[in-house]
Design a protein around this ligand. Structure first.
Ligand code: SF4
Length: 382
């Protein structure tokens, strides 16, 4: 095995499209599950024939979407078996499935576990029915509670629960209650996302028309800080802008994105990254599932590809690395790019002088104030 990579498997189907969602996902009542799984495995065989994935081992597998839990456990099992037959999967691989509380039931969760899934990630978002309705989610608070309990009964000891804050109409009291309830479930990992209004979504259109009032900046900030305080008090380390984990339960798959590890994305619209040749390359697949299935069957579903320049790669190293609270290591930057960090990114000196970046244990990281201004800092660095 020479090197390791992360494998992402995109399942693009959902029961309904949520109002804020800009993922490559499609509302459907039926889907060509077997043909889609065939296409995923065909694409994998195609990709691993070439470096850097040839002869490399799989460190993590993440079934994301869309709603992967809509697929039958036996399809997931077939995919995992097909992956293991095509490339070596590390014995301790993190293998995650995203699930929506409304689409799962006890028996199914146990079957996913038997199929080889080791970690579940639930899109809880909120325990308030009015906020779930605003978001366009199909599940209710009790579905979420039952799903979490069912996951534990099924034997899952590695759970991520996603929450969204700053939903239109959300009060600080509601957010406090959501964080408190999440903590009571003691998941190993929590993601707390600030709602964003992405172009092309109904939320974006409604906001532009004035039909949806976003929460004010002060409330957003308060909610973020509250999550940080409450989760820290409950023993969760804040290790990335939106992510919190009990010791040893940081999401290894997502971490590989922030650390520039090679990742291979299979499926409709999936993105991939390889650090070679030169400064690296990225590509993405056909987005429409039917077109993806046809293209993968013909051999190569790539829709667009980009060779990274020195400047792009150097900016990504910094911006992705600063997402983690531990920050970046200037020596590692110099080793990869052949020149000192601050010579290539002179803006860093100003950010340090402004107190937005700080040095900690030989690494450069966002300061407490920098964390709250992360987006604007990243804009200055690219
Ligand atoms: S369930 Fe997830 S992927 Fe599907 S529409 Fe909703 S937010 Fe998007």
């Amino acid at each position: 095995m020479s090197g390791r990579f992360s494998l992402y498997v995109h399942i693009p189907y959902c029961q309904a499209k949520c109002s804020y969602c800009d993922f490559n996902s499609y509302a459907a009542t039926t889907w060509p599950e077997d043909a889609y799984a065939d296409a995923l495995l065909a694409e994998l065989r195609h990709r691993v024939a070439e470096p850097p994935f040839a002869a490399a081992g799989v460190a993590t597998i993440f079934f994301g979407g869309g709603t992967p839990s809509l697929f039958r456990p036996r399809t997931i099992e077939r995919l995992l078996t097909g992956i293991a037959a095509t490339c070596p999967v590390a014995a301790d691989a993190e293998i995650t499935l995203e699930a929506n509380p409304g689409t799962v039931e006890r028996a199914r969760l146990a079957d996913f576990r038997r199929a080889g899934i080791r970690r579940l990630s639930f899109g809880i978002q909120s325990f308030h029915s009015d906020l779930l309705a605003t978001l366009g989610r199909l599940h209710g608070p009790d579905d979420a509670r039952a799903a979490i309990d069912a996951a534990r009964v099924a034997g899952f000891d590695d759970l991520n629960l996603d929450l969204i804050f700053a939903v239109p109409g959300e009060t600080r009291t509601q957010w406090e209650a959501d964080v408190a309830e999440i903590v009571r479930f003691r998941p190993e990992h929590v993601s707390a996302y600030n709602l964003t209004y992405e172009p092309g979504t109904p939320f974006h259109t409604l906001r532009a028309r004035g039909a949806l009032a976003p929460l004010g900046d002060e409330d957003e900030l308060w909610m973020y800080q509250h999550a940080r305080r409450a989760l820290a008090a409950a023993g969760y380390a804040h290790y990335e802008i939106s992510n919190f984990a009990q010791p040893g339960h940081e999401a290894r798959h997502n971490r590989s994105y922030w650390r520039g590890v090679d990742y291979l994305g299979l499926g409709a619209g999936a993105h991939s990254y390889a650090h070679l040749p030169a400064w690296g390359r990225r590509w993405s697949n056909e987005r429409i599932p039917e077109r993806y299935i046809a293209a993968a069957g013909r051999g190569d579903p790539t829709a667009s590809a980009e060779t990274l320049t020195f400047d792009t790669a150097a900016a990504e190293f910094v911006v992705l690395g600063l997402r983690e609270m531990r920050g970046i290591e200037p020596a590692a930057f110099a080793a990869r790019f052949g020149r000192p960090l601050e010579e290539i990114h002179p803006e860093i000196a100003a950010l340090r002088a402004d107190g937005l970046l700080v040095e900690r244990a030989g690494r450069l990281a966002l300061s407490e104030r920098g964390l709250l201004l992360a987006d604007s800092i990243f804009t200055r660095l690219v």
